[in-house]
Design a binder for this molecule. Sequence first.
Ligand SMILES: [Fe+2]
Length: 288
Amino acid sequence: MDAVLDYRTIQVSPQPGGFGAEIRGVDLSHPLPAAVLDEVKAAWARHGVVAFPDQPLSLEAQEAFTEQMGGFGVDPYIKPMAGHPNVLELRREPDEKAPNFGAGWHSDWSFQETPPAATLLHSKVVPPVGGDTLFVDAARAYEALSPAMQRMLAPLRAIHSAKQSYGSKGVFSKDTEKRTMQIIVSEEADASLTHPLVRTHPVTGRKALFVSPVYTVGIEDLTPEEAKAILGFLFAHLTQDQFIYRHKWREQMLLMWDNRCTMHFAEGGYDGHLRLMHRTTVAGDTPV
Ligand SMILES: [Fe+2]
């Protein structure tokens, strides 16, 4: 990773290809001065996924940084931590057999009218094997499409719903194994709404594919067969190795990603080991 030198207060080391970066020279345990916050926001917009290593943070410090990034998003379907209504504890015990949380490609809460701009995940206990988080650069994936395909997708609106996960017949409603995280299955989750299939990033102006296998269930005005064919192509296109950054965790690392131009997948492979993370989200805008 080469350091980019045009920052005055922070050090940014991008991944090869520029998707994903590590940020040093910042202390997230205290409120960030305006100039530092501006640079962090700029690096985040540029690289999509930013990691801050060696940040032993209290819940309060993570909450305060989330507020500085734009205020809390709304987290449905999972019981938050006691006394911390905006923090989810992602905890998987060594003896858990249920599939790990987040094991499917998605952009967080994309079924909301205003899905979260960012998700912040802080690692407390990292298993010795497995547990990587994979990210797709959905902007670069869009840019790699032919102009003809881009034109075809431009007017389309994708249908998003939480039903496949949190709905009355969703994956979590069929959980038979013990799970530490308290997931709230709901008929409310069966609802759906539409967002532009290609969305424009409000900061960078870049267009990105905004669909995922977990939350996108169709395309408005197309038959189910037509939607299935196009979405199937897009999911296969998005998840090619060339668009993926594999994030390897170390303890006391904060990771912040942009849900507006990425999707992610939480890998398992750590049965027999505890994994513990704290998650907050930053409120976002209506996708356009
Ligand atoms: Fe997620």
